[in-house]
Design a protein around this ligand. Structure first.
Ligand SMILES: Cc1cc2nc3c(=O)[nH]c(=O)nc-3n(C[C@H](O)[C@H](O)[C@H](O)COP(=O)(O)OP(=O)(O)OC[C@H]3O[C@@H](n4cnc5c(N)ncnc54)[C@H](O)[C@@H]3O)c2cc1C
Length: 385
C-alpha cells in the first residue's frame, strides 16, 4: 500500500492522487448514487469513511492528541479536492464533520479525542442543533433552555432542521442558560447524547420525499457538566467559531464537488446547443470566484486566523454557484431531469432541489448581504423608504 506518512501539502496531494488511482476499482461504488434514501447514503458513507480512515487520509488535518495525524485545514481541503476531482461523491457526513469537529477540537479536546476517531471511522453520526421554529436567522432568540444543576444541566425545548438528525448519535446543541431576555449573552453550547432519556427524534420528510432532517425534542434531558463545550454563557462565541467553518470550509468542500459535476455536465452539452453552453459558462465563472475566495479562507483557518465577517462572501458565492451548476445540469440533461426515474436522474433532481436550499442553510443570503454591508464594507445603516 502507498505510504501516507507525508507531511507537506504538496506531498499529501501527490500521494493521495496516486492512492486514488491505485484504488480506483474499490472507490468506484462511491462514484455512483445509492438506493435507500438518506439512510442508505449514510450506511454507504460509513464504508467510505472507514476506508479513508484506514488508509490514513481523513486523519490528516486533525491534531494528533485527538486521534489525527497532524497537519492543518489545508490537508482536509486537499482531501476534498482530490476526492472531488476523482469523481468520488463526498458524503454529507463530511459536511457535519467540517461544521462540528473544529469546535470540539478547539473547545473540548477531551470530547474530540473520544468522538472524532469514531466519526472518522464511520461509527458515529452527529448533528447540529441550532435552529428552532422561532430562531433561525435570529439565532440569539434560541429558547431551548439548559437549567444548571449540581452536575450539569437539564435540557428542555425543541430543535428543527437537524441535517442527518434521523441517523445522528450525538448533537452540538445551542441552549439558553441565561434569562429569556439575555439574547446572545445567555447561551451555552452542549454536546448531547441523542440516546439519552427524554430525547425524541422525529424525522422530517422533505418535499422530495427524503428524510434529510429531524426535529429533536428535549424533555428534562440530563447533560453532564463535562459535555459543556466552551464557557458557560459563552455559547455565542462558540457558535460564531463554528460558522466560519460552516461557511468557509464547507464552501470549499462543495466547490470541489461542483467543479466535477460541472465538468460532467459540460460533457453532455450537444454541439451548437447554446442555452446549456451559456449556463455552463456562467456556472464556471461563479465556481472560479468561489474557489479563489475559499482558498483565502482555508489559508486563514490553517494559520489559526479567524477570517471574520468576510466569510459571509464565501457563503453568498456558494449559494450562487450551487444554483448555477444545477441550473446548467437541468438545461443540459432536460429530458432526464423531467421524465426519467432511474437513480442518476433522481439524484439530478434531488441535487437541483437541494441547490435551492443553499441560500438558506448556514445563514440565509439576505442576512449575509447585511453582514457584508455593515461589517465588511462598513456602509452606513440606511433608512427604508
Ligand atoms: C438544507 C438545510 C439544512 C439545514 N441544516 C440545519 C442543521 O443541521 N442544523 C440547524 O440548526 N439548522 C439547519 N438548517 C436551518 C437553517 O439554519 C435555517 O433555515 C436558517 O438559519 C434560516 O432560518 P429560518 O428557516 O428560521 O428562516 P427565517 O430566519 O425565518 O428567514 C426567512 C426569510 O427571511 C429572511 N430574513 C430573516 N431575517 C432577515 C433580516 N434580518 N434581513 C433580511 N432578511 C431576513 C431570510 O433571508 C429568509 O429568506 C438547515 C436549513 C436547510 C435549508
Amino acid at each position: 500500500m502507498t505510504s501516507t506518512a507525508t507531511r507537506t501539502i504538496a506531498e499529501y496531494t501527490i500521494v493521495l492522487a496516486a492512492w486514488i488511482d491505485e484504488n480506483s476499482d474499490n472507490l468506484d461504488k462511491f462514484r455512483r448514487p445509492v438506493e435507500g434514501g438518506v439512510r442508505g447514503e449514510v450506511e454507504h458513507a460509513r464504508e467510505l469513511m472507514a476506508l479513508l480512515y484506514e488508509a490514513g487520509w481523513s486523519r490528516w488535518g486533525w491534531p494528533e492528541e485527538i486521534g489525527g495525524r497532524g497537519g492543518s485545514e489545508l490537508h482536509r481541503a486537499a482531501l476534498y479536492d482530490g476526492l472531488g476531482a476523482a469523481g468520488v461523491e463526498i458524503p454529507e457526513v463530511f459536511v457535519i464533520l467540517e461544521t462540528v469537529a473544529p469546535v470540539l477540537a478547539h473547545y473540548s479536546p477531551e470530547l474530540a479525542a473520544e468522538h472524532l476517531p469514531a466519526y472518522l471511522r464511520g461509527e458515529e453520526v452527529w448533528g447540529q442543533g441550532f435552529s428552532e421554529p422561532e430562531a433561525g436567522s435570529d439565532l440569539a432568540s434560541v429558547r431551548t433552555s439548559a437549567r444548571v444543576t449540581d452536575d450539569g444541566v437539564l435540557l428542555n425545548g425543541q430543535k428543527i432542521w437537524m441535517t442527518l438528525g434521523p441517523c445522528a448519535d450525538y448533537a452540538m446543541v445551542l441552549a439558553r442558560t441565561g434569562t429569556p431576555e439575555s439574547r446572545h449573552r445567555g447561551l451555552t453550547m452542549l454536546w448531547v447524547d441523542l440516546a439519552s432519556d427524554g430525547v425524541t427524534v422525529r424525522p422530517i420528510v422533505a418535499a422530495n420525499g427524503r428524510e434529510e432532517f429531524a426535529e429533536v425534542f428535549f424533555e428534562d434531558v440530563h447533560v453532564p457538566a463535562e459535555h459543556r463545550v466552551g464557557p458557560q454563557d459563552g455559547g455565542w462565541g462558540v457558535a460564531m467559531f463554528l460558522l466560519q467553518y460552516e461557511r468557509g470550509m464547507y464552501a470549499w468542500l462543495r466547490q470541489s464537488i461542483l467543479h466535477h459535476r460541472l465538468a460532467t455536465v459540460a460533457g453532455r452539452v450537444r454541439p451548437g446547443d447554446t442555452r446549456p453552453s451559456r449556463a455552463v459558462g456562467e456556472a464556471y465563472v461563479l465556481l472560479a470566484a468561489l474557489r479563489a475566495r475559499c482558498a483565502t479562507t482555508v489559508a486563514a483557518l490553517a494559520e489559526g486566523r479567524n477570517p471574520g465577517p468576510v466569510v459571509s462572501v464565501d457563503k453568498m458565492l456558494l449559494s450562487s454557484a450551487e444554483r448555477a451548476t444545477f441550473d446548467a445540469a437541468r438545461k443540459a440533461q432536460f429530458e432526464e431531469f423531467v421524465v426519467s426515474d432511474d437513480l442518476e436522474s433522481t439524484r439530478l433532481r434531488d441535487e437541483w432541489f437541494y441547490s435551492r436550499a443553499a441560500s438558506i442553510f448556514g445563514g440565509a443570503v439576505d442576512v449575509q448581504r447585511d453582514i457584508v454591508a455593515q461589517h465588511v464594507l462598513r456602509l452606513p445603516a440606511g433608512r427604508s423608504s
